[in-house]
Design a protein around this ligand. Sequence first.
Ligand SMILES: O=P(O)(O)OC[C@H]1O[C@H](O)[C@H](O)[C@@H](O)[C@@H]1O
Length: 297
Amino acid sequence: MSIQETDAKVILTHPDNQNTSVTILKYGATVYSWKMDGEEQLWLSTGALLDGSKPVRGGIPLVFPVFGKDETDPQLSKLPQHGLARNSTWEFLGQTKANPPTIQFGLNKSIANPEMTKLWPEEFNLILTIELGAEFLKTAIEVENPSSFSFLKFNWLFHTYLKIADIEDTMVSNLAGMKVHDKVLKETFIDKHPVIQFQGEHDVVYEKVDDDRVVQVVRHGKPVHTVKRENLQDVVVWNPWIEKSKGMGDFQPKSGYKEMVCVEPGHVSDFIDLAPGKVWKAAQILSKDALKYQAIQ
Ligand SMILES: O=P(O)(O)OC[C@H]1O[C@H](O)[C@H](O)[C@@H](O)[C@@H]1O
């Protein structure tokens, strides 16, 4: 059987390689482990709670309908940081394809966390599709606006925690020349650094990055992770470093910041305004595809 389902989670195993698998917690439809030929690709805090009492610290939490803490929209600003998708238990919809094995999860207002739908009363239908390739993991989202009269205003983001060996000799490439919003400096500017290196807390939104710019996490000249995007215009790169990690109770061990970097494809620098009856689609594809040199502006 390539699918194992329990009350809390679903494990999908690749039919051609028992050591390639993905594990998804129904709470948040959070991918919290992805092993490629036995090697874990995602970072998960050893203090992460997997009992549905809080969002998972690690893996791929889903951010919807708002990224961060909104302070402008009268409805969205009532929601907690990063919205309600990561704090709601999704429905497992089953398998849609045998090879590469593909499964789906769904969330809508009637089953989402009631504490949150009280705060943000919009109707929505989400379908998350997870496709486990022999050498990639694709997570795709469809957001449907079921209303016949009102627009649905939202952000989407895959908050992907990538596992790395050592942040100090890891670089993130192909984001040079982008307009950025630096959440630590609270400034917006053009980032001219040819690559991103880490010497402290890094919390930057790279805005309106063409989908054909493939973001890569590189160590010693080799691609450790390759992140492709479909219809996701922004990329957030985050490492909390020492002080910020100390302030997060579920971030363990405290030295864990050395072994993770978040590369988060999303649509967060402005809101999507989805017309009644319409569907918006986007995806991220994680792999270790060969290094691809791209023009630097
Ligand atoms: O602690 P959380 O709510 O999970 O947020 C974790 C992080 O998410 C994103 O990367 C944001 O850019 C950061 O500002 C935030 O600290």
